[in-house]
Design a protein around this ligand. Sequence first.
Ligand code: ZN
Length: 443
Amino acid sequence: MKFLYSDTQDFVDPDFDFVGEKFSAGREKDHTDAYAHELMSEPPYDGLLVAMSAVRQAEGVAKSKVRYTTAQEQRFLRDGARRYLRFGGPRFKDLMLMGDCGAFAYVGLPRPAFTPQEVFDFYDEAGFTHGVSPDHIIFECDLSNPKVPRAPEGLPPEEVAHYVARVKDRYEITLDNARRFLQIVRDNDHPFEPMGPVQGWSPASMAQAAQTLEGMGYRYLAIGGLVPLKVPAIKAVLHAIRAKIKPETHIHLLGFAKAESIDEFTGFGITSFDSTSPLIRAFKDAKANYYLEKPEGRLEYFTAIRVPQTLGSARLMRGVKDGIYKPESLAKFESQALKALRAFDAGEASAEAARTAVMAYHNEIEAPLYSDGARCDKKLAEIDKALRETLEAAPWKRCNCDICRDIGIEVMVFRSNNHNRRRGFHNLGVYHRHVQRTLRDTP
Ligand SMILES: [Zn+2]
């Protein structure tokens, strides 16, 4: 089972100066910054997934932070995806480079934003190894398997017929596109492996779609619409699909948000899946920011140490403007916190001293915000609990990855992009090894 990382243009300055908090001299973001696979001696994934809607500008396609600029789009197509992503050469040549349409970005349109011909041209020009036909997302997944889509309860009666027609329309559009897309791929001598997208309103309708795609000639299916589903619903979908298709037909799970439960999905003959969650959780999750694998093979999670940048935090700067904070006082506590953490990492100070300094900074931040002292104490106690656990376990000292060996405790500090993304890279590496081990340990 291959773990693909869905590209969100995450790179860092490889020579970032953490103590001086400065980018390296001569840094040019698009050229000298490094992706996770460049920074780590062992690539932390088995392939990359790039969404066409992130690269290609089109009417009605939602803007996202991942969106490439026009200049980047041109360079992407001119140089090809491998070269653009610096994912070429002998180290990476056998790793998958998969394209899909990023159907979330045009979910509000009546039809997909790109035609099968446009999508084929994009994959072909950029040199992908695998490419998904343009699909249209169906969000509903009714586990009771109704023959026709069922409108959600509470929908006004006059809208029900329209709703049902819309879901069926998306189902048909996805299959029609797949038929045309496969023909174009065949007419052009198969420059990449075409993938048939499975969309449906229930496990049974998805299984029917999978069988239809297989009948067209697809050997690799991409299961969509899984993002909002819980583990049991995803399993119901996979059971239904596997019962209808040949054992040798490959399955990819698109946007698999339950990546942490991958051990529950080893029995479905899944060839590949993509996820961003190990990287995203490094800075979006309230608690689980840093991954580590326990000796017996389960993942454990630690909370990063928040040391916000006084000058870089919109929240703190607003407080300064409103007269809540004194900037020089914040800066003093901030710098003492960082100094104490680094001294602890170097073996020159105790965990207790580091904890005290970090908590002093948090006290400085939180105390002016509360009129109720008890509520403030509660908030600080929460921060303290997570901080104590992280410092006592010092998990970065146990990690042998390039990131942790290179920057030590900085990986644990919740601060700039250069801190937080590196923690995400570390998580990808831990997660990738976890997937490999889970597969090895499963009979
Ligand atoms: Zn690490």
